[in-house]
Design a protein around this ligand. Structure first.
Ligand code: F6R
Length: 245
């Protein structure tokens, strides 16, 4: 794992956006998996605008969503589906055949996971996975003490995730389960970008870098990935010392 600290969030987002564009240039038929949330928002804005400005051909490139809250319809602005439509898929006018997102209202959630796994296989595996980091160290909805040896699955959400997740919704919302790519997908992904910004992430970032690698803090698993970047702004890196650097 390589980690880099940027002075401001804007520089982090600029670096990440360029990296995503490079992924498409080097494999125009490839597959990118996108997280949602506050962290990658600026990165996606720059990614979308630069991709268009630079006239990169992404007409055969594929996108999938990392996760989704169970019970949340596509039309709910707090959901992952809505976020990716609004910030990436609609602005880029990505064709339906070129993306796949979890349906949080699927009648059969097990089949929903198998369908996602199948889609990833069909698109020859994930070239690039963009992930954030939860306040409890989760990756996607891979919560502390979950099984890292899984592809897509139905996850029980921890109390922290249920509470922190309220920030995305206008009204108090029941969040108890999520559909998520598993850490098997994370390790199989040819490249990973993990992003963190803001002082509220400083403590979990210190633990991600200095705690033993274990599922107590799933994000520590990034240190085992062969081709991963951890990109931080100075606020998120505030509790790191020279030893870490
Ligand atoms: C969202 C996701 C989550 C978030 C994490 C950080 O698709 O997979 O794991 O990346 O909870 O969320 P923010 O960026 O809102 O701090």
């Amino acid at each position: 794992m390589i980690f880099r600290v940027f002075e401001h969030e804007e520089e982090l987002a600029s670096f990440a956006a360029d990296h995503l564009i490079e992924t498409i240039r080097s494999n125009p038929n490839g597959l990118m998996c996108l997280a949602t949330g506050s962290t990658p928002l600026l990165t996606y804005q720059l990614f979308v605008s630069r991709l268009r400005e630079q006239r990169v051909d992404y007409s055969n490139f594929h996108f999938i969503g990392l996760d989704e809250w169970v019970g949340i319809p596509d039309s709910n602005p707090g959901g992952c589906h809505y976020f990716l439509q609004e910030h990436v898929l609609k602005p880029l006018v990505v064709k339906n055949k070129n993306y796949h997102l979890f349906n949080g209202l699927a009648a059969d959630l097990r089949t929903e996971c198998l369908t996602m796994d199948e889609q990833i296989r069909k698109w020859n595996g994930i070239d690039m996975m963009v992930v954030g980091i939860g306040m409890n160290g989760h990756i996607g909805f891979n919560e502390p003490h979950s099984n890292p040896d899984q592809h897509a699955y139905l996850a029980d959400l921890t109390e922290t995730t249920r509470q922190v997740g309220q920030k995305y919704f206008v009204e108090k919302t029941e969040l108890s389960k999520g559909l998520t790519l598993g850490l098997k997908h994370f390790f199989e992904s040819r490249q990973v970008l993990m992003l963190a910004n803001g002082s509220h992430k400083a403590d979990i970032i210190r633990r991600t870098i200095s705690d033993p690698i274990s599922m107590e803090i799933p994000a520590t698993q990034i240190r085992r990935h062969q081709n991963a970047y951890l990109l931080l702004d100075t606020e998120a890196a505030a509790q790191l010392n020279d030893d870490h650097h």
